[in-house]
Every structure is written in C-alpha cells, then in structure tokens.
Design a protein around this ligand. Structure first.
Ligand code: MN
Length: 389
C-alpha cells in the first residue's frame, strides 16, 4: 500500500513541531535514498509543510490536495501518504480528512494534543498519541518522533541526542523523562539555558518563515546542519531578537492587563490584544498571552488564568486550575447558539473562536465557567497551542 508513495509531512509550526518533523524527514530521506540507491530520489517525494494552526486548516488541505493531483498528472506520482506531526488528533481535523478521503491518501498522525480519538479514528490509518496510552502532553511529539526517526534510520541516533530536550523545553514538558533527556543533552554538550534559547529561536524562525519549511536554516538552528559554530551564532542572534520582541510586547500589554479574582480563588487576567498589543509581528497572540501569563505566575504564584482576546478569538493559559478547555468549548457552543464558538487545544491551554458580535457574551460566560473550575495543585503549565496568527 505504501510502495512508491510520496510523503507529505504536515506539522505544527512551533519548536516541538520542528523537533518532531525535521528528524523524521531526514530519516525518511535516508531510508528512501537507501531503498532507491539514489539520494536525489527524495527530491519531489518527501516534503515538510508547516501549519500555523494546531489543526489541519481547509486552506492547507486544499493546497496539499492540489499539489498532489498536479504531481500525479505531471510526474505520474501516486497520491501521497500524509503524516500529521504535532497536529491532527482532534475533531477540528476531520473536515480536512473527509476532503482527503475522496482520494487515495492514507493518513498517519503522531501528536500529543488532547485527542478526540473517536472522531478521528475513521480517517486515520494510524494514530500515535500519549493520551491513548494513559499519558499526556508532557510526552511531546518531538520526543516521540526522535524515537520514530531512530527506528527508520538508527544511524541518526548520535546526532539527535539533544533534540528531545529541546522539544520538551519548548512545550514546557514536566515529564519524568525530562531529567534523563536533559542529562543526555548535557553529555552531548548542550546545557539547559542554551537549549531554552534554541526553543525560542525555533519559535521565532517558524513565525518569520510562515509557509516556508526553511529546510537548511532549521537544520542549522537544531544543530543538525554540521556546523556547530554557525549554530551557536544563529541561536544567539535569533534568541536575542525574540527576547527583545517579547519584552516590547510585554511593555505594551502589561499596563492594560486587568485582574479579576474568581469565586474559586484563581486570579484571572484579561487583556485586549487587538487594542493593546503590537499586531502582525512577533510574538503573535498565543505567544503574547503565554508571556503575560508567565509573568503573572512568577509575580503571584498559582492559581492563575490568563485570557488574551481579539475581536473574534480568545487564547487561554492557566496554571493550578483544573480546566478542560475542549469541554468548555463544547459547552459554550451548546449554550450560546449563534455565537459561532469553536476551538480547542490542550486541557489547560487553548484557544476559542467566535463571531465578533458575540464577544462580550462569550467572554462573560467563559469567565463564569473558569470561576467554577476546581483548583489543582498538581497540574503544571502546558504548551502554547493557540492560534498564533
Ligand atoms: Mn507540541
């Protein structure tokens, strides 16, 4: 079934998503070169495509389908295998999957976002997700895919020792395995602060690259390009820029961030990003909300919820509160007909979309629900999974 099929890798365009997709792509290329005895065999057959949203958007699937059909026509290629990485586990992906199902396109998802297993099962040929095995987001996609890459090409093992640690730091994993991953990276010559910078630099580059996979640049950022000196220079440059832009965004937004004490004892911070954030520049709304949230947690301690909102979206970050954002979104959709509510993400981190005219109603009801949520000292911080456009 897979013989001679091109592969399209769709991945979340963030640090963890790149730690997942770059090693997988390299391993697949090496494998194909071995099988075909020709390194150029992979030129048109294995492609990596970043996705801004944490789900498979219609715009992306239509574009992918178009290219696949053109390649079939022009080069006589088979329809591709679609590999969804750090993405693809939720009901929001189903419309795209339905579209693809009109054609012969097998789909495999490797992801750690909170899944809707029943919704996606009919469309997936394989679904790897820690939630399906009693684990959670803390096992990030980058960690999973480094293992996948090593299975496909064991020779990559030594080059990838620092990558799971970068993935975990980028998505704020509190997995027990993080200690081992950090130790492994340290042995390979990477300390934790440096790896944090790599995560920041990857996020920054992903934002600037937009729809481009930035193949060789990203290789250098991950220190997989073979020139460690250049890697270090690039990381310090980009991490510095990201830091400067983050500070600029915090200077603009913090004075307009309003505090409210919720009935359950959590502090809720709200900021209008449309009015008070720099727009269409780094950091985007999801990341901006995350930075404000981190600052508030550092100042106040948990439990804290932060909402960054625009005309038709809200991004949520929380610590120390037992939220179920996918469930909250489902309730809001039911309770507020005509508000156009949709969204999702991780349990305690996510984003919600709605129609502009219903913003006040949606935000009001949302905050009501957040104020009813149980507090949980055990729950840690999770990854930014919001709409970052
Ligand atoms: Mn991730």
């Amino acid at each position: 079934m897979l013989d001679g099929r091109p592969i399209r890798i769709r991945h979340h365009a963030d640090g963890d998503g790149m730690c997942a997709s770059v090693p997988t792509q390299t391993a697949l290329e090496n494998f194909a070169a071995r099988v075909y005895g020709d390194p150029s065999a992979t030129q048109h057959t294995i492609k990596r495509l970043p996705s801004k949203a944490p789900f498979y958007e219609t715009e992306d699937v239509v574009r992918d389908l178009n290219y696949a059909l053109e390649d079939r026509e022009r080069r006589g290629q088979r329809m591709p295998l679609l590999l969804m990485l750090d993405n693809g586990s939720t009901a929001e992906d189903v419309p795209a999957y339905r579209t693809l199902s009109q054609y012969d396109v097998p789909i495999v998802a490797v992801d750690h976002h909170h899944p809707d297993p029943d919704a996606v099962a009919p469309w997936l040929d394989a679904h790897v997700n820690p939630y399906l095995e009693g684990e959670d987001y803390a096992v990030t996609t980058g960690m999973l895919c480094v293992e996948l890459a090593r299975m496909i090409d064991p020779d990559l093992t030594d080059d990838l020792e620092h990558v799971p640690a970068i993935a975990g730091l980028s998505d704020r994993s509190d997995a027990a395995a993080m200690t081992d991953y950090l130790a492994l990276a340290k042995e390979a010559g990477y300390d934790e602060d440096g790896l944090e910078d790599v995560g920041e630099a990857l996020d920054y580059a992903a934002f600037q690259l937009r729809y481009n996979d930035g193949r060789h640049l990203v290789d250098d950022l991950l220190d997989l390009g073979g020139d460690s000196e250049r890697h270090r220079e690039l990381i310090s440059l980009l991490a510095e820029r990201a830091e400067r832009d983050n500070e600029r965004q915090l200077d603009a937004t913090l004075p307009h961030t309003e505090r409210e004490d919720l009935p359950n004892g959590a502090a809720c911070f709200r900021v209008d990003l449309e009015e008070y954030a720099h727009r269409f520049t780094y950091p985007p709304p999801g990341k901006t909300t995350g930075k404000i949230h981190d600052r508030k947690v550092a100042e106040e301690g948990e439990p804290v919820i932060t909402i960054g909102y625009g005309p038709d979206f809200a991004v949520l970050r929380s610590d120390g509160v037992r939220l179920d954002i996918p469930q909250t979104v489902a309730e809001l959709t039911d309770e507020l007909p005509g508000a156009g509510v949709s969204g999702g993400g991780h349990l305690v981190v996510g984003s919600i979309k709605f129609v502009k005219g219903k913003r006040e109603t949606v935000l009001e009801r949302l905050v009501e629900k957040l104020g009813d949520a149980d507090l949980d000292e055990q729950l840690g911080s999770a990854a930014v999974a919001g709409f970052e456009d």
